[in-house]
Design a protein around this ligand. Structure first.
Ligand code: CA
Length: 234
């Protein structure tokens, strides 16, 4: 897949890192846009509609997490993939970032090669998702309704808020009732298989999904001890 001329928005405040990112992105044929804080970044994301956003977590003013949350809330930006730039060893940041809807993260310091590979993987995944959207059927099981085109989950007509990761997990499970998914397979649904994330992150996501589905639907997801999870056959 050719991503030449894809616009990448960099939201980052450190001039050295901006320069490093712009240089390496442009060398690969990407168009680099930059914003030095969250306000500017959100504005640029809405007006320029980049193919992908590189989001630094440590920014003056609005934090990267806050920006990520807002990007996911706005209709104009909710489908733009986000890669977070995190400091080394901030495991809790990574988990929180993925829960807020970031698609991937790279840990500083990173090599240009690693970063470009991550960007291409996320762009490829996002292009595939867009490409398959019109064919995605709605899933209806008892009181639960999943509408992939609208990215909506409803239980007995009540809209349930889900993060992007939770939605993908639930969709994967519910699209194959009775099939057992290992944690590794479910992780790949969330990350596309490019990221090494701890297995227990899946448990965190599943816990959150069950809580949100509530009494009438939480029992649809059952734990298969020592293996992973499956969706109940109705
Ligand atoms: Ca920074």
């Amino acid at each position: 897949m050719d991503f030449a001329n894809s616009k990448i928005l960099i939201i980052e405040d450190e001039p050295d890192i901006i320069e490093f990112l712009v240089y390496n992105l442009e060398r690969e044929g990407f168009k680099a846009l930059t914003a030095r804080d969250g306000q500017l970044g959100l504005k640029e994301a809405v007006s320029k509609q980049p193919s992908l956003i590189l989001l630094d977590l440590m920014l003056p003013g609005m934090s990267g997490m806050e920006i990520c949350r807002m990007l996911r809330q706005k209709t104009e930006t909710r489908n733009i993939p986000v890669i977070m730039l995190t400091a080394k060893g901030e495991e809790s940041d990574k988990i929180l970032g993925l829960e807020l809807g970031a698609d991937d993260y790279v840990t500083k310091p990173f090599s240009p090669k690693e970063l470009i590979a991550r960007i291409r993987a996320v762009l490829r995944r996002s292009a595939e998702e867009v490409g398959t959207l019109p064919e995605t059927p709605r899933i209806e099981l008892g009181p639960l309704r999943i509408d992939p085109d609208r990215h909506e989950v409803r239980v007995a007509d009540k809209l349930i808020e889900m993060t992007a990761a939770e939605f993908r997990l639930l969709q994967a499970l519910a699209s194959r009732p009775g099939r057992v998914f290992t944690r590794q397979q479910l992780l790949e649904k969330v990350t596309g298989g490019d990221t090494v994330v701890l297995d227990r992150n899946v448990d965190v996501h599943i816990g959150a999904i069950r809580r949100k589905l509530g009494r009438r639907a939480e029992g649809f997801i059952s734990t298969v001890r020592g293996v992973g999870y499956k969706f109940k056959e109705l």
